[in-house]
Design a protein around this ligand. Structure first.
Ligand code: SF4
Length: 472
């Protein structure tokens, strides 16, 4: 099981959510969704593309061993080196060893969810290697000392005034709250790092098995600087990112930027096949690919949850999620948030460590409706809820005894119509002392776990009573 380099513990999040998160997040996600909708309406074949992408991802996962071996052969044939990492600790150790062999003192990074997952920055810094995130959003949150609050726009929760204050404090410059000037400050700071870094670190959006090619999709151009200027490039990529060939890659690229930011194609799409081959060519002298498992092969064994691995990290499910838009990314406690985080984290970290997440959903299904690779997120959430409450062959039950007993009682009561009717008549009577203006803001234990955080709507007549009254 992976370690979780968490920045906020589950259950303690409500005090940490800055007040402006919902407004800032809703503004940004609304803009992305509007643009996405425009792109979708331009493409009558959108649904066919989604189905094709889903088929490609499922086919690749079902034949993952074959495609990974092919990938390894072709990366080696292109002059690159391949390392296999069973877990986060092994991946960190591999990168550190490579860095040590090359006497690296300064590293520049491309935005990467895989390196967030393994907590690479902390490991590099602890080994005395200065590490700079070079994506503007990642650079900002690195200065703040937090994790990303959105998987594609990590600093989405911050206002320009807050960023200006941060730059003034941390970079020792007079930073005005002007996005163009703030970008120029970040660029000037990072330019010097690109020129002197000995190692560039990246993740990867896809790996093309056919040619051993790493694909990196960015909007800022920093990816190319990181992967071509230093003499050493190390890419840490999940084993689920492999695609069979260029034809299948094209389908996924058509969907990725459109679903993420509403662009037809992102500004930069870099294809890296090994290191430079001859003097005078662009690119590093050495290219290392660290293939990260970290629980993915275990997810693959689960016939229901394995579809989680189809994810191409577009972030669209976050943009559409009513829960995410109200609580922001930090509430999910790890680098990956929103609906995809709610299904990914409990499987990688274990349901014991992240058991609240499958329940952090209204199951409205908006995420599944927009997901470009058709991941049935609500179905996987229900599957994981069952695992938390009842346990299965992948993990024992981890919900507190009280919750398990409550779930059993609820299942029983909901399955017996007369008992349900009787219970819903009694509840308004028993809870009357706690009711005020239609809400209950303090209930006895264990219900106080809820009312400590937010009030509960008062029980009223059940639907049948309400309907009978209305149609009388
Ligand atoms: S689950 Fe689907 S919508 Fe969400 S990030 Fe992954 S690919 Fe995108």
């Amino acid at each position: 099981m992976s370690e979780r380099p968490t920045y906020i513990k589950f259950g303690e999040y409500t005090e940490h959510i800055p007040a402006n998160i919902p407004a800032a997040v809703q503004q940004a996600t609304g803009r992305f969704l509007g643009l996405r909708q425009m792109r979708v309406s331009e493409m009558p074949q959108w649904e066919e593309l989604r189905q094709a992408a889903s088929n490609i991802r499922l086919h690749t996962l079902e034949n993952l061993d074959f495609y990974l071996e092919k990938l390894e052969q072709n990366v080696r044939a292109a002059g690159g080196q391949v390392h296999w990492a069973a877990d986060a600790a092994q991946a960190r150790a591999t990168v550190l060893e490579i860095a040590k062999e090359h006497n690296v003192k300064l590293a520049v990074k491309v935005k990467s969810m895989a390196t967030e997952e393994i907590g690479l920055n902390h490991a590099l810094e602890a080994a005395g290697i200065q590490t700079y995130e070079t994506d503007l959003g990642e650079f900002i949150i690195q200065l703040m000392g937090t994790g990303p609050s959105h998987i594609i726009v990590p600093a989405v929760h911050l206002k320009k005034e807050e960023i200006a204050e941060l730059f003034t404090q941390k970079l020792g410059v007079e930073a005005p709250p002007d996005p163009v000037k703030l970008t120029a400050i970040a660029r000037a700071t990072l330019r010097e790092k690109f020129l002197s870094a000995e190692m560039g670190v990246s993740g990867g959006n896809f790996l093309v098995a056919e040619t051993g090619t790493l694909v990196i999709v960015t909007n800022e151009g920093n990816g190319r600087m990181c992967t071509t200027m230093p003499d050493l490039h190390v890419a840490v990529v999940g084993i689920d990112k492999v695609v069979p060939d260029w034809e299948t890659l094209t389908v996924l690229l058509k969907l990725l930027a459109r679903s993420a930011t509403g662009q037809k194609l992102s500004t930069y799409t870099a294809f890296i096949s090994g290191p430079r081959r001859a003097a005078g060519e662009n690119g590093p002298k050495e290219f290392h690919l660290v293939l990260l498992d970290n629980g993915r092969s275990k997810i693959l064994q689960d016939p229901v949850a394995r579809e989680t691995l189809k994810c191409i990290r577009c972030g669209c499910c976050l943009n559409v999620c009513p829960v995410y838009k109200n609580v922001g990314g930090f509430a999910y406690g790890w680098f990956i948030s929103g609906p995809v985080g709610a299904i990914f984290s409990p499987q990688i970290l274990g349901t014991e460590a992240a058991r609240e997440l499958p329940f952090a959903s209204s199951l409205c299904g908006a995420c599944a409706d927009v997901c470009p690779v058709k991941i049935p997120i609500p179905k996987i959430l229900l599957h994981l809820r069952r695992r938390v409450v009842e346990g299965d062959e992948f993990a024992p039950a981890s919900a507190p005894l009280m919750v398990r007993a409550g779930a059993k009682l609820g299942t029983f009561a909901l399955g017996v119509p007369w008992l349900y009717r009787f219970g819903t008549r009694l509840l308004p009577i028993f809870t009357a002392p706690f009711r005020k203006d239609g809400w209950m803001s303090s209930l006895p234990a264990p219900a106080n776990l809820w009312t400590k955080v937010r009030p509960f709507p008062a029980f009223r007549a059940n639907f049948r009573q309400w309907w009978a009254k209305r149609t009388k």
